[in-house]
Write a protein that binds this ligand. Structure first.
Ligand code: ZN
Ligand code: ZN
Length: 261
């Protein structure tokens, strides 16, 4: 079960050796290690907790918060480190509110809540929990398991074998994948080719920007047929220069990644 996190941590460490996103990836590698520990802890607690009723599981989830706060206080930006220190002195009620508010809105700038909920929701997906308490309501632009927005798109040989014109989206909350039509904007469901644009850069041959001129949103697609060793969540962060490029052209990201890009 832990094999989900290990390749991500290794890829983040490898890519953090150099380049303009080195600092970001060093931080992300530390956060991923904390998330792996949180996942393992939640997985080890008795069956009475962490069963997919979000409010019922809050206490188990909050017991893992110090693991995350410690890493961020040590390795985060000044802003995040200060926030980590402030949160370690916060009472349970206010921390519960923070998590419930994130669950209801999925606001992508809520770093601590998002980082803590991701391993929990991923565990629920791995356990095959039938109905995760879903907020916000599911529509076709959201993850059918938990209602999260797509963090990125994925394309692999599997997709080309299974169905023509298919790909997957990876959920920003539970980090699981679901199939989605290839030439469709996952924010507003636009399908007209004239309103959908694709951009890339030679230094990121397996990553491309998919942008929609109808709603002005974009997200990134990782093509594993071009580079099978990519770890999509990490490669998405490592290709941050493409985000700068998309924003300069007036596009807004569907969902900021965990490190805020
Ligand atoms: Zn999800
Ligand atoms: Zn759109």
């Amino acid at each position: 079960m832990t094999s989900f996190w290990s390749p991500l941590i290794k890829r983040a460490k490898d890519l953090s050796a150099s380049g303009e996103t080195a600092e970001l990836l060093t931080f992300y590698a530390g956060v991923l290690r904390a998330q792996q520990a949180i996942y393992e802890h939640l997985n080890s607690v008795g069956t009475g907790t962490a069963r997919g009723g979000f409010r019922d599981d809050l206490s188990a989830l909050l017991s893992c918060l110090p693991t995350l706060l410690e890493v961020v206080a040590e390795t985060g930006s000044e802003l995040l480190a200060n926030e980590a220190r402030r949160l370690s002195g916060e009472g349970q009620e206010s921390l519960r509110s923070m998590l419930i508010s994130y669950w209801q809105t999925r606001a992508d700038h809520s770093f601590f809540a998002k980082a803590l909920v991701q391993p929990y929701a991923r565990l629920m997906a791995d356990r095959g929990v039938e109905q995760l308490e879903r907020r916000p309501a599911i529509d076709e632009s959201r993850c059918p398991f938990c209602g999260g927005r797509p963090q990125l798109g994925l394309f692999s040989h599997e997709d080309s074998d299974v169905a023509e014109g298919s790909r997957r989206l990876l959920c920003s909350t539970c980090l699981s994948e679901w199939p989605f039509p290839r030439c469709t904007c996952p924010f507003c469901m636009e399908q007209r080719p004239s309103n959908l644009a694709y951009f890339g850069a030679p230094e990121f041959a397996h990553v491309s920007i998919e942008a929609c001129d109808t709603c002005s949103h974009y997200f990134k697609r990782i093509d594993l047929t071009k580079f099978g060793l990519a770890a999509p969540l990490v490669d998405e962060v490592a290709s941050a220069p493409l985000d700068v490029w998309a924003r300069e052209r007036g596009y807004r990201k569907i969902e900021l990644n965990l490190v805020g890009v």
